[in-house]
Design a protein around this ligand. Structure first.
Ligand code: SF4
Length: 881
């Protein structure tokens, strides 16, 4: 391209937007290389764009009438036609079937299969397609509309004086050939650019699997760029759109190593360009617009409110970011799952977010004027108004966001042109249709210019590179298995040689495609995975005659942490793992959980309980695990608070006991039941039934025990330990016949085992701490009261088998071997609790997590930077740089 004479009089036609963008970039580079300061922008248009342009010219000239039907609108019509067909009523997603059928409609026209052949089809799929195609054609006729397929079939444009050069078309379809003949007859000059004929170095190599291929390809690219930074490279991945995330993860580790430090998928970077366009709905700016529509057309729950608060695309988002974040944290703690927008507006005003409050109030006022049903053209105007009132999309947009905004506006306008076939719909239906269209619209910004392009084989047609790596050359994929179109008659597909129809056609296409790839760069490496999961793979037969090579020397990316570390300014190093100590006997926050966290990780305990570094609550559907735990505690506290001893409980008949459990649960869930709506009400009923069974099971276990009385339920106690004071709430204390007490802790989770009380740093030290608060000498048993499906009952440790049968006692099986007696266990608890409490009171904030459990469910990794610390420690041990 760069060596071609610049011909601004020529319009270049490409099969894809990607190639059009590629050519524009190459054209600009060629102009700069020739020392030009200004130049005419080249006219590069996709095939679809050319057809639409010629339609518009013909219409302007008065040679045809009617309207242009955009692709997104055509897909929507097909979706609705398929949904309306009674034959698809049993399907989960008939709309998706409509999308596939639309592709078949395009294929049918591209390969000129006559409608009569379709109508005579003898499979149920072809018969259904024939019905839908007839309905669609009648609709086009009735509404004087023309889609791209119809335009290619029927337009006979007068395009005299136009010069077209076609680039990147592996093969033209019969409909395209016919269209070009008509253009040439009218005086258009048409030429075809043949693929680049690079003669270079070609070899194939083997990798273990596809991940290893991506890794090897990325290292090969990095190594090459280190030597020749101006090279243009490509990694070709068949089925890239399905593999997108896997490819990105592997490649990013090598080409953008710092991306892995931030965690999560990074956006496309300047290091490489991933040429697999995601749906417009996945672009943050469009997703924010859809979120607004969703919030104002459906029930706005806590999750929706939270996303609105965090959106950077709404009015005043930058100025009010901190306040909104605080409000987000607040509503997660204090609201039920249903949080309406008027309430959110009031909360925003109360929490110093005036911009958001104003935007919400203005938007709510607008929505109150909305009709119950309206045509899409009206809804699209109302959407624009609503988004404007919400301040979307903000003011500081970058280039990608500007493009996404334009595409969104275009899509909303396309939706607005769908009155004829959508009809009057509700706001919710309209928003859902627009959301579907956004999901079906692929979009990628045109600004990316990176040295490495990752691309699929079809999209890179017409492009040339300095070097190319083609992945997945195994016999299962090259050639791909035949995949005929299910809606079109097989014999006609074979006759017209539609790609993929038969194994023979697929083999020919694969041969041609591979030939084109091999000619598009000076160096081409073809790689073959040896395994797919556990299944071995063979090299493709198409590799016969290609020289087998060796994997290039593996280029070693330097560890990101090491890179950052090496680039550090000269700083004095100070390890500061101590917080200021607590005042003597100062009350510490956190109760018994404080020692649990201190035991797991001293840093976390200091950060969480003294600095307030808490995780945001996550909105949950249904009854959250924490709410379930609270409910269990409240119900059992109420039952034992009323009953007070085992004898009273045992005097109740089975029915009376059941009735008491039921009425207690009803009383404890009354508030939640009153506020709940819809599904939540059903979920509470299910929870009620579940809890009734579990409580009955636990009380039955209590009735099996020797007599006891209740000394306390949910009793608050203070304890001075290790130089600080803790306030505890003890679930239950039973006074036994011999005057000793059993202390009980209810658990609904799955980790309640007595093992958790053992070791120098016990995982769950609450029960030992309760025993200490009650006076170790008085305690003869400690038990978890487990409340969970299939495993409700007591487990724990006891002084002997008489005080609390069923618990493990000294000399019995299961008693911890490191303790010879109950007294010795209590002494060990006392010592370990004092150690943990002293550590905390003295400000111990070491990063010393329990390796087995601590970090797994901890939210503080970004604050404590344990990942980086471990990387650096590992690098220091291995000497890796
Ligand atoms: S992530 Fe691990 S090391 Fe960091 S604070 Fe949490 S438990 Fe401690």
């Amino acid at each position: 391209m760069e060596n071609d004479p610049l011909r601004p009089d020529v319009s270049w036609v490409t099969p894809t937007r990607r190639l059009a963008h590629f050519l524009r970039c190459r054209f600009d580079e060629a102009c700069i290389a020739q020392g030009m300061a200004v130049w005419r922008t080249p006219d590069v248009v996709t095939w679809s764009g050319l057809v639409e342009r010629l339609f518009a010219l013909e219409r302007q000239a008065g040679r045809i009438a009617g309207r242009w039907l955009p692709d997104s609108a055509a897909r929507l019509i097909w979706e609705r036609i398929a949904q309306r067909d009674p034959a698809t009523s049993g399907l989960v997603s008939p709309g998706l079937l409509g999308h596939s059928a639309y592709e078949s409609w395009r294929r049918m026209h591209a390969y000129r299969i006559p409608p009569e052949v379709i109508a005579a089809g003898d499979t149920p799929e072809t018969a259904a397609f024939a019905r839908w195609a007839a309905e669609y054609a009648a609709w086009l006729e009735r509404h004087r509309s023309m889609d791209e397929s119809g335009a290619v079939d029927r337009l006979d444009p007068d395009a005299r004086g136009m010069t077209l050069e076609f680039i990147g078309f592996d093969a033209l379809t019969p409909a395209q050939r016919s269209f070009l003949q008509r253009l040439e007859r009218s005086g258009t000059v048409v030429s075809h650019r043949t693929a680049a004929q690079a003669e270079g170095h070609l070899s194939w190599v083997e990798c273990v699997d596809r991940m290893a291929e991506y890794d090897a390809a990325a290292r090969w690219a990095a190594q090459r760029l280190e030597r020749r930074p101006n090279d243009r490279l490509a990694i070709v991945v068949p089925g890239l759109s399905a593999e997108r995330d896997a490819v990105r993860r592997v490649v990013e580790r090598v080409l953008v190593p710092t991306a892995t430090l931030a965690g999560g998928p990074a956006p496309e970077s300047q290091g490489y360009e991933l040429a697999a366009a995601p749906a417009l709905s996945e672009r943050p700016l469009a997703a924010a617009a859809l979120e607004v529509l969703n919030a104002f057309t459906c029930i706005a729950d806590l999750a929706v409110a939270s996303r609105l608060l965090r959106s950077p695309f709404l009015s005043g988002a930058a100025v009010e970011a901190d306040k909104r974040a605080r409000l987000d944290a607040r509503i997660r703690r204090g609201q039920g799952p249903d949080l309406g927008l008027p309430r959110l507006a009031r909360l925003a005003a109360d929490h110093q977010c005036p911009d958001l409050a104003r935007a919400l109030e203005a938007s709510i006022a607008l929505t109150q004027q909305w009709p119950r049903r309206a045509l899409p053209s009206r809804w699209s105007r109302l959407w624009f108004e609503l988004l404007r009132a919400m301040g979307w999309p903000g003011t500081e947009l970058d280039s990608d966001e500007h493009q996404a905004r334009q595409r969104w506006a275009q899509l909303t306008a396309e939706f607005g042109a769908c009155d004829d076939y959508v009809g009057a719909v509700t706001a919710g239906e309209a928003a859902s249709l627009l959301s579907d269209m956004a999901q079906g619209t692929l979009f990628e910004p045109e600004e990316l210019r990176a040295p490495v392009t990752i691309i699929d084989p079809a999209t890179c047609a017409g492009m040339s590179f300095d070097a190319l790596w083609v992945c997945a050359l195994d016999s299962a994929r090259w050639p791909a298995p035949a995949s005929p179109d299910p809606f079109l008659p097989r014999d006609w597909q074979a006759r017209q040689r539609i790609p993929g129809t038969t194994a023979e056609v697929a083999a020919e296409d694969a041969q041609r495609l591979l030939g084109r790839l091999c000619r598009s760069a000076g160096e081409v490496i073809l790689s073959v995975p040896q395994f797919e999961g556990d299944a071995p793979l063979l090299p493709s037969a198409l590799l016969a005659g290609v020289r087998r090579g060796e994997l290039p020397d593996s280029w070693c990316a330097r560890a990101p942490a090491r890179l950052a570390f090496d680039a550090r300014p000269q700083l004095e190093s100070l390890v500061d793992a101590v917080m200021p100590p607590l005042e003597h006997a100062e009350s510490a926050r956190g109760g018994a959980r404080l020692l649990e966290v201190q035991s797991a990780c001293p840093f976390r305990a200091q950060a969480e309980f003294r600095l307030g570094a808490r995780a945001l609550e996550e909105p949950e559907i249904g009854v959250a695990a924490s709410e379930r735990g609270d409910l269990v505690h409240r119900v059992l506290a109420r039952i034992w608070g009323d009953t007070r001893d085992q004898r009273t409980l045992s005097s109740l008949s089975k029915d009376e006991l059941r009735a008491m459990i039921r009425s207690t649960i009803t009383a404890e869930t009354a508030d939640a039941q009153r506020d709940a709506q819809g599904v939540m009400r059903h979920l509470l009923e299910i929870e009620h039934d579940w809890l009734e069974c579990r409580v009955a099971e636990l009380l039955a276990a209590d009735l099996e025990r020797p007599p006891f009385r209740i000394e306390g339920v949910e009793e608050q106690r203070s304890i001075s330990i290790g130089g600080m004071t803790l306030t505890l709430r003890i679930d239950r204390v039973d006074l036994l016949d011999d005057g000793s007490v059993a202390v009980i802790d209810y658990k609904t989770g799955g980790d309640a085992e007595p093992d958790a009380w053992l070791g120098e740093r016990p995982r769950l030290p609450q029960l030992p701490l309760y025993a200490e608060a009650l006076g170790m000498d008085r305690v003869s048993a400690a038990a978890f009261g487990r409340v969970r499906t299939g495993d409700t009952g007591f487990c724990g440790l006891a002084r002997d088998s008489v005080v609390f049968p069923g618990l493990k006692s000294p000399a019995a099986r299961g008693w911890p071997s490191e303790h010879s007696s109950w007294q010795e266990l209590l002494q060990a608890w006392r010592r370990r609790l004092a150690t943990l409490a002293t550590e905390h009171a003295q400000g111990d904030a070491r990063l010393a997590p329990d390796p087995a459990h601590a970090c797994k469910y901890c939210h503080l990794a970004a604050l404590c930077r344990i990942g980086e610390t471990r990387l650096i420690a590992a690098a220091e041990v291995t000497g890796d740089d």
